[in-house]
Each structure stands twice: as structure tokens, then as C-alpha cells.
Design a binder for this molecule. Structure first.
Ligand SMILES: Cc1cc2nc3c(=O)[nH]c(=O)nc-3n(C[C@H](O)[C@H](O)[C@H](O)COP(=O)(O)O)c2cc1C
Length: 354
């Protein structure tokens, strides 16, 4: 069986994906921390690094996501200090014209020697854009993936031709030049979970992220089948990835205790702000209960090193192409997973050099 592709969800927003007041998650999203994780991941043979884009956090005791490093400029720096690993930056499409992103992408494609791809974020949190006067009105929730489709069409025209005109519903370009062209077709990621988001991903993207329903392997396998069925009429497949928070300790009991402590010490104010913001979007599904939202409706696995390794093998058996790790403690957990979890997997397929 093939090996799972491995990636890191870089720690470029404060608090990461655990809304807890408990240390260790209280790191600041510094360049030093992001560089450290990038270099360790590359040395260990990981396949990709992805950073998210955040323009407004959720406050609370922890100022969750209030501090964040901008995704494209961060990945530009990561590109300059790495040489093999693939890199993805995220663009929140309501904030910036595609012609600007086309050129930023060509720039990082050049810096990285053809290792760069783009995560399309249609925008689920209206307050990130409202604060800038860039919110198109609540109707946008209903058509944000139509907007994304045209946005991507413009990007691809500019990348493929270096010069294009376009007269669409949302964008008008008049003999717009964008040189240099990137060195290769730019891989596109989209993590849309709604029906329309999955449809967009199936039709237009190369890679998706599944999750947010329940975290069982069976559910992820079912979502993968749904995605592939949606992609089939377009004559393609989509690489299915899972964003996964990993709480790995020596024993199951220790890991469960840590997980329970994160839930007990949830940042209730930030959680409420987050679910209130998410609840504005009528196109999104409803959420899990508030306690589990401590993990932000992102799949997580908690357990001993062997339990986590077995879960990763289960992802392979469920047809998942890769996993993007989130850690509670980005100072130490990546090395811990490399040293103690990854060697226990059945499906290795690549040499991991810590
Ligand atoms: C791996 C991953 C990365 C994401 N990156 C971002 C991001 O950078 N910024 C953001 O606002 N949303 C981000 N999202 C949210 C998705 O773009 C998407 O809006 C969300 O999964 C809900 O799906 P929907 O848009 O179909 O409702 C991410 C989600 C995942 C799983």
C-alpha cells in the first residue's frame, strides 16, 4: 500500500486549531517558529507545508487567531530557506484581485523553483471582510463558490497565457499582462466542505481537505467517495487530504487526559465569537457540540504513539492521499511525532530522517 503524504499546517495564527487557555497552545505565530517547523519537516521527508490566511481573530482570553502572519509573504520566506518540500499559501479571494495573486504566485514559483501551489479560500467569515469594507453582502454566502470559479478562471488564464482579456460576472480584464508565467501548472487546493464547496473542488481543484462531520475513518472514507463521485463527470480525480490535530503521548490515558484538559480549559469567549461568526453563513452545515468545538470542528486523533500510527494507517486504507498535521505544541510535537509515531506505521514508503 502506498505511503500517506505528510504535511504541516504551519503555526501562522495564534492558538492554531485548539481553542484552549491551557499551555502549550499559547504560542505566538513568529517567523522563527514557522521556520523551525518548516526545516524539521523538510529534513524528515515531509511532502508539503500549508499556511492559512486570517484577517480577524476571535478575541477571548487567548486572542485566538488575532495575531497571524500573512500567508503569501510567509511562504515566500519559507520558499527561500527550503529546497525540496512543496508549499501552499492561502488566498481569501474577497480581499484581493486575481491579477495580483497571479503575479505573487509566479514570484513564489520562481523563488521556490516550482514548488508552490495555492489554497483557494472563498471566505466563510464575513467579519474578516466587513472590517475592511470588502464584504459583498450576505448574498455572497450563496454565490461565493461561483465567485471562486471565476476567480480561478482568471488566474489560470493569466498563468497560461501571460496576457488576457476577460469579461465576466465579477471580473473585467482588458489586455491584462502577467509575466513571468509560472514554471508549471499551479496546483490548486480547496477545503470547501459544503455541497457547493465540494462541487467546486471536484470540478476545479487538484487537492481537497475533508472533514468536519465526524472524525471516524468511515466518515472520511464516505466523504472521499462523495468527492470522487462529484469529480468523475469532470474526467478527473481529486487528491483527498485530511487536516488532523494530533495529540500523541506515551499512553492512550495520557493523551486522553491532555485532550480532556484542553476541552475543560476551552476559551469560552473565543469559542462563542467563532461559532457566532460561523453561524452567520447560511450555506454552512451546523456544528458539533461546543466542547468538541475546542478543536474547531477539525478532525483530531488522541492516543498513544501506536494508536496515532494505527489511525494514520487507517487513513491510507480509507483511500486518503495525505494528512496535514496540526499540533498543540508546535515547539516540540513535530519532532515527537517524527521520532515516536511515524516509525510505527505499517505503510511507510519513504525514509524518514529525523
Ligand atoms: C486545510 C484547510 C485550510 C483552510 N484554510 C483556510 C484559510 O486559510 N482561511 C479561511 O478563512 N478558511 C480556511 N479554511 C476553511 C475552508 O476554506 C472552507 O471555507 C471551510 O472548510 C468550510 O467549507 P465551505 O466553504 O464549503 O462552507 C480551511 C479549511 C481547511 C480544512
Amino acid at each position: 500500500m502506498r505511503a500517506l503524504e505528510l504535511g504541516i499546517f504551519l503555526p501562522n495564527a495564534k492558538g492554531g486549531a485548539i481553542m484552549s487557555t491551557e499551555a502549550p497552545p499559547q504560542y505566538f505565530p513568529t517567523w522563527a517558529l514557522n521556520k523551525k517547523n518548516s526545516l524539521i519537516a523538510e529534513a524528515a521527508g515531509f511532502d508539503f507545508l500549508l499556511s492559512m490566511v486570517k484577517w480577524r481573530g476571535f478575541g477571548g482570553v487567548t486572542n485566538h487567531w488575532d495575531y497571524s502572519l500573512e500567508s503569501f509573504s510567509l511562504m515566500s520566506a519559507v520558499a527561500a530557506v527550503t529546497s525540496r518540500i512543496h508549499l501552499y499559501a492561502s488566498v481569501a479571494i474577497p480581499t484581493i484581485h486575481p491579477a495580483v495573486i497571479a503575479k505573487m504566485t509566479s514570484t513564489i514559483d520562481d523563488i521556490s523553483n516550482g514548488r508552490f501551489g495555492v489554497n483557494i479560500v472563498s471566505g466563510w467569515n464575513k467579519f474578516e471582510y466587513l472590517q475592511m469594507g470588502l464584504w459583498r453582502g450576505d448574498e455572497y454566502f450563496g454565490y461565493r463558490y461561483d465567485y471562486a470559479a471565476e476567480y480561478l478562471e482568471v488566474l489560470r488564464k493569466l498563468w497560461h497565457t501571460g496576457r488576457t482579456s476577460h469579461d465576466g460576472r465579477f471580473f473585467k480584464l482588458d489586455d491584462c499582462k502577467s509575466l513571468p508565467q509560472p514554471s508549471r501548472p499551479i496546483p490548486i487546493v480547496c477545503a470547501g466542505q459544503s455541497d457547493r464547496g465540494i462541487q467546486f473542488t471536484a470540478e476545479h481543484a487538484d487537492y481537497s481537505f475533508l472533514g468536519g462531520q465526524d472524525d471516524s475513518l468511515a466518515d472520511l472514507a464516505r466523504l472521499n467517495q462523495k468527492l470522487q463521485a462529484a469529480a468523475r463527470p469532470h474526467g478527473k480525480t481529486v487528491g483527498s487530504y485530511v487536516l488532523l490535530t494530533v495529540i500523541a503521548e506515551e499512553t492512550d490515558e495520557a493523551a486522553f487526559a491532555l485532550r480532556d484538559r484542553f476541552i475543560e480549559t476551552s476559551d469560552r469567549a473565543a469559542l462563542q465569537e467563532w461559532s457566532g461568526n460561523a453561524g452567520q453563513d447560511f450555506s454552512r452545515a451546523t456544528y458539533k457540540d461546543l466542547a468538541v468545538q475546542t478543536f474547531m470542528a477539525i478532525p483530531y486523533v488522541a492516543g498513544s504513539y501506536a494508536t496515532v500510527a494505527a489511525y494514520l494507517d487507517g487513513l491510507v486504507e480509507s483511500g486518503i492521499a495525505g494528512v496535514c498535521f496540526i499540533f498543540p505544541d508546535y515547539e516540540n510535537d513535530l519532532q515527537k511525532v517524527i521520532d515516536h509515531v511515524l516509525p510505527l506505521r505499517k505503510y511507510q514508503g519513504q525514509k524518514l530522517v529525523a
